[in-house]
Design a protein around this ligand. Structure first.
Ligand code: NDP
Ligand code: MG
Ligand code: MG
Length: 337
C-alpha cells in the first residue's frame, strides 16, 4: 500500500535556515518561487542576465540573481529550467554545490539518463507537483494544493526525505497528498504516459478518427466535434468517477459499442515497444541527439501537425461557437508566456 503524505507529515520550519535557489521562472519556477515565498521560505530566483522572465519575477517581489550567484548562496538548488537546457545550466552552477547542499528536480530525466552527475556529498531529490505550474500557484492561493511526488536519489545528509516533504508542504502539495517514488519510476512512467497515452496516443487516435470520417465523406465539422471536442466531456467523467463513472453517464448503446469495439484500435505490442525504448534509454538517446542537432525531426513533425486539417477546422469552430467561457477564464488566469 502506498503511503500518502499530508500536511501533518511535514514541517516547513525544516527549511528555516535554508536559502532556496529556484532556477527558472516558467511554468513550475514561478509557482514554486511564489508559493515558497508565501510560505515564509527564503527564495532567490536564478535567471540569465537577459532573461525574458526577469521582470515578472522582480515585479512579484522576488530577488533575482544569475543562476551561479543564486546557487552560491543557496543550500538548495531547484532545477526548474526546461529539461533540455538543464545540463548546460548545471555546468554553470556545479561548482557552487557545497557538501550538504541539495540539488532538487521536478522531473528525473537528466539524473536517470546520466546527463547530470552530481557530486557525492550532495542530496539529490525530487519534489514534483503532478500538475502544470499555473494550477500549482492558483490552488495554493485558494488554500488548496495539487498532488505531488517526492523521490530521493542520493541522501548524503540523512535529511533528504524530511526536507523534500517540507518543500512539498511549502509549495502546497501536501494539502492534496504526496506519494514517494524513485527517479527511475517517475521518469519511465512519465515518458511512457505522455508518449503512449496522454499526448501521443490521444492525438493520434483523434487524428485517425477524424481522418476516417472525413475520408468516408462526412463533414469535417462533424468529425471535429465527434472526435476532438467531445473527448473533454468523456475525460471529465473519467477524471471524476473513473471508467464506471463514465460508462454510467453515457447511453447503453455507447457503453456496449465502446466495450465491444474499443480494443480493436489499441496496439498493445506498440505500447510495449514504446515502454522498452524508454527503459533501455533508446528514446532518451534519440531526444538528446535531436536537441544537439537543433531539432530537425521535431520541427518537421511540428509543421505537419500545424498543417493538419483538424487544426484549421477546429480553429474556425472554436471561434464560431460560444462554449469557450470556462476556457477563456482559464486562459486569463494562466501566466502569459
Ligand atoms: P519552462 O519551460 O516553463 O521554463 C522556462 C524558464 O526557464 C524561464 O524562466 C526561462 O527563462 C528559463 N530558461 C530557459 N532556458 C534557459 C537557459 N538556457 N538558462 C537559464 N534559464 C533558462 O519549464 P517547466 O516549468 O515546464 O519545467 C521545469 C521542470 O519542471 C522540468 O524539469 C519539467 O519536466 C518539470 N515539470 C514540468 C511540469 C509542467 O507542467 N510544465 C509538470 C511537472 C514537472 P528565459 O526567459 O531566460 O528563457
Ligand atoms: Mg540541506
Ligand atoms: Mg511529462
Amino acid at each position: 500500500n502506498t503511503t500518502v503524505y499530508y500536511d501533518d507529515d511535514a514541517d516547513v520550519s525544516t527549511l528555516d535556515d535554508e536559502t532556496v535557489a529556484v532556477l527558472g521562472y516558467g511554468s513550475q519556477g514561478h509557482a514554486h518561487s511564489l508559493n515558497l515565498h508565501d510560505s515564509g521560505v527564503d527564495v532567490v530566483v536564478g535567471l540569465r542576465e537577459d532573461s525574458s522572465s526577469r521582470s515578472a519575477a522582480e515585479e512579484a517581489g522576488l530577488r533575482v540573481e544569475t543562476p551561479d550567484v543564486a546557487a552560491r548562496e543557496a543550500d538548495r538548488v531547484v532545477m526548474l529550467v526546461p529539461d533540455t537546457v538543464q545540463p548546460a545550466v548545471y555546468e554553470a552552477i556545479e561548482d557552487e554545490l557545497d557538501e550538504g547542499d541539495t540539488l532538487q528536480f521536478a522531473h528525473g530525466f537528466n539524473i536517470h539518463y546520466g546527463q547530470i552527475e552530481p557530486p557525492e556529498g550532495v542530496d539529490v531529490t525530487m519534489s514534483a507537483p503532478k500538475s502544470p505550474g499555473h494550477l500549482v500557484r492558483r490552488t495554493y492561493e485558494r488554500g488548496e494544493g495539487t498532488p505531488g511526488l517526492i523521490a530521493i536519489y542520493q541522501d548524503a545528509t540523512g535529511n533528504a526525505k524530511e526536507e523534500a516533504l517540507a518543500y512539498s508542504k511549502a509549495i502546497g502539495c501536501t494539502r492534496a497528498g504526496v506519494i514517494e517514488t524513485t527517479f527511475q519510476e517517475e521518469v519511465e512512467t512519465d515518458l511512457f504516459g505522455e508518449q503512449a497515452v496522454l499526448c501521443g496516443g490521444v492525438t493520434e487516435m483523434v487524428k485517425a478518427g477524424f481522418e476516417t470520417l472525413v475520408d468516408a465523406g462526412y463533414a469535417p465539422e462533424m468529425a471535429y466535434f465527434e472526435c476532438l471536442n467531445e473527448l473533454k466531456l468523456i475525460v471529465d467523467l473519467m477524471y471524476e468517477g473513473g471508467h464506471m463513472g463514465m460508462w454510467n453517464s453515457v447511453s447503453d448503446t455507447a457503453e456496449y459499442g465502446g466495450l465491444t469495439r474499443g480494443e480493436e484500435v489499441i496496439d498493445r505490442e506498440g505500447m510495449e515497444k514504446i515502454l522498452e525504448e524508454v527503459q533501455n534509454g533508446e528514446f532518451a538517446r534519440e531526444w538528446i541527439n535531436e536537441n544537439q542537432a537543433h531539432r530537425p525531426a521535431y520541427k518537421q513533425y511540428r509543421a505537419a501537425e500545424e498543417n493538419h486539417q483538424i487544426e484549421e477546422v477546429g480553429g474556425g469552430l472554436r471561434e464560431l461557437f460560444a462554449w469557450g467561457e470556462d476556457a477563456d477564464q482559464e486562459k486569463e488566469e494562466a501566466p502569459a508566456d
